[in-house]
Structures are given as C-alpha cells and as structure tokens.
Design a protein around this ligand. Structure first.
Ligand code: KG4
Ligand code: ZN
Length: 357
C-alpha cells in the first residue's frame, strides 16, 4: 500500500511516497527559507507564493523518485493544519484536485501528529536520493512518549496506540525553536536560530548567566516568553544600557565572548526546560519508547541531556525527516488507511490553521 504525502504548512513545500507505513520510497523538500533569511523569520505571503510556484514539480519529483505512476498510489495524505493559512491552502487545494482527478481517497493529516510518525520509518526503497538516509532501526513500541519540538510547536504526548493519545502538555506561548530563533536575532546570529545558537554556544560558558525556568500551573506545560525577555535584558545589561535600548542595535555592541556566553546559557536552560518535563512524564507513565520529533530534535544539546537523564536509549531518525517533510505525512497517512480512518471529501476539505493535537 502506497501513500503520497503532501506538506505545505510553513516554508517547506514537500511531497513523499511511503509504503506500508514503514518504507520510504521518496522524500522531496523545496524550502523557501533562503527568501526569509533577510527578514529574520518566515514571511507568510512569500511562503504561500513560493508553494504555488514549486508544488507541482515537487509532487512529480516525489512520484518519479519512487518510480510510481498514479496507478501505484493508493491514497493521498495532506496536512490540513496546524500552520499558516495561505501555505496550508496551497497543499490542501492541490491534494483535493489530485484526489478528484485521479480518484484517490484523501486523508486529512494533523501536522503535529505527523512529526511523530517520522519515527515509524525503518527502511528506504531503491531511489539513489535516499541511499544515505539513517532511519530508526525498528518502529517505536506503545506506549510511546513523544516530545515534539520545532519552530511552531512544543508538545509532550503519550500514545497508547495509533490514534489513541493524550496531550500531556504544551507551550503556553512561544515554541522552543521559536525561542532559539528570537534569541539568535537578539544577539545577531543568523536564522534559523537553533543551529546558529547551538554553534555559538560551543565557544561559551553555559553557566555564565542565570536565566529563569518558568514555573507552570500544569506540570507538563512549557513557557519560553520569560527566558526570551531575560535574554534581552541581559544583552542590554552587557552593553551598559537599560530596557529602553532598541534590540536591533544590540548585536553590534556585544563582544563575541558575550554572545557565546548568552547563547550557551540560554541553550542550557531552554533545553533543560523540555528535558525536565520529558523525564517527569517518563517516570509517571513508564513508556516502552521515547521519540523526539521536529526541527529541534537535531540539537546536540537536547540529545546530550536526554541521554544523560533518561534510562532508555533514544533513536533519532534522519534530520531530513525531523524538519517539515512529506514523508511523515505519508507515513501517518498509511496508518489512517490501515486503521480504516474516515476519508475527507475532496470537494470540501478545509484548512484548520489553529488545529491542536
Ligand atoms: O520542524 P521544523 O523544521 O519546523 C516547524 O514545524 O516549526 O523546526 C524548525 C525549528 C527552527 O526554530 C530551528 O531553529 C529549529 O527547529 N532547529 C534547531 C536545530 N535545527 C533546527 N534547534 C536547535 N538545534 C538545532 N540543531
Ligand atoms: Zn513542523
């Protein structure tokens, strides 16, 4: 059984073909990130326009690399939320059109649930483009504790089975990746902030500054707005200015050592914040597997802290399917098919920009 997955919720236009919920046959991602770098973040209008320009080519390439014609595809899976409205619309309208034209069942996919399913891929087909992918060695076993950490989401969920999960907690404001992106901007490092803060942090002292960890009413929830403001105040302090000093003028006056110390101290506490909750949930629910999903899963500091504090080893799947991609959407699509989940009406499926887990 083969599913074509289509993903366009943010700045990546992506399509992939997955077989039986475990074998990756193709994974094509076109990113408009380069167009957003000069603005320090994703510009929704630019993202939507670039989806329109590339989506047909991306889907065709995904079919070609999988050596599939339309007859080889059993179903279409598409992200219908959460995400940017204009961006989601391009993927959903394209998927609806294809489903009607080629008479394929259409499955609506929750983007955040999709991230978790990248961890269910365990093998690749014979496309040369996939030959160096490093996937999980086996599928996660239920109950699965899933930590979803990206630029748009920070969620902790317990999956008892497919389509049977509890959202334990989530961020009440910024996502963890978003906090990295904002801190990078304050200290003058390039977007995306996760990798650039991580790199700078290697030269810094992680205990140079004492940033706060938010205390939450609900024990598995997160918050990153406080630490972001603390970073701004610290940076202003470092250059001898008060809170009225404009943030855009800060980087030019910070020394490289100050930048590195802020990056290292922020990274340590931001990552500790999510790891604390994951450890707490592990102790309470004793899951058989722990999976990490989303762009921040690539963080070496996250991997280091989890390895140090969790009693079971964690497998990290290929970074190319941790950030936004079509493979995770196609994989979850396969499980929709296998579990007889309801299909969407291709004439009416609407986007849900604020869809929650
Ligand atoms: O999953 P993703 O590609 O997109 C969303 O769905 O949001 O995640 C992007 C986020 C960005 O905020 C980026 O700064 C962060 O993931 N990120 C990282 C690393 N690589 C990407 N954060 C920390 N360390 C990294 N190595
Ligand atoms: Zn995502």
């Amino acid at each position: 059984m083969r599913v074509l997955g289509i993903e366009s919720s943010c700045d990546e236009t992506a399509a992939a073909v997955v077989e039986d919920g475990e074998r990756l046959l193709s994974n094509v991602v076109a990113s408009s990130m380069d167009l957003h770098v000069q603005y320090g973040g994703v510009v929704p209008e630019i993202a939507a326009r670039s989806h329109i320009e590339v989506i047909d080519g991306v889907i065709q390439q995904a079919l070609d690399e999988a050596k599939c014609g339309w007859d080889d595809i059993d179903a279409i899976a598409v992200t219908y939320g959460a995400g940017l409205g204009g961006s989601l619309l391009i993927g959903v309208l394209t998927a609806r059109t294809i489903a009607i034209m080629h008479q394929k069942p259409l499955y609506p996919i929750n983007h955040v649930e999709g991230h978790v399913y990248a961890n269910f891929l365990t093998s690749v087909g014979d496309s040369p483009a996939l030959s160096d992918y490093k996937l999980s060695s086996k599928q996660p076993e239920f109950p699965v504790l899933a930590l979803i950490v990206s630029g748009g989401h920070s969620q902790l969920a317990l999956f008892r089975n497919h389509f049977d999960y509890t959202l334990l907690g989530q961020t009440q404001d910024d996502a963890v990746g978003e906090a990295f992106d904002k801190v990078a901007k304050i200290i003058g490092l390039p977007y995306p902030g996760g990798p650039s803060v991580g790199k700078k942090a290697l030269e810094g002292n992680p205990t140079a500054f004492k940033f706060p960890k938010a205390k939450m009413a609900s024990k598995y929830d997160f918050s990153f707005s406080g630490i972001k403001t603390a970073v701004l105040r610290t940076a202003q302090d470092c250059i001898g200015e008060d809170f009225t000093f404009p943030s855009k003028d800060i980087p030019a006056r910070l020394s490289e050592e100050q930048k590195a110390d802020i990056a290292a101290s922020f990274q340590r506490i931001a990552i500790e914040t999510v790891v604390d909750k994951a450890v707490l949930a592990f102790e309470e629910f004793q899951p058989k597997s722990v999976v990490i999903a989303g762009g921040v899963a690539a963080s070496p500091e996250l991997r280091r802290q989890l390895a140090e504090r969790l009693p079971i080893p964690i497998e990290y799947t290929d970074p190319r399917i941790c950030t936004d991609n079509g493979a995770m959407i196609a994989t979850l699509g396969c499980f929709h098919v296998k579990n007889g989940r309801p299909t969407a009406d291709p004439y009416t499926l609407d986007i849900q920009p604020n869809l929650s887990m």
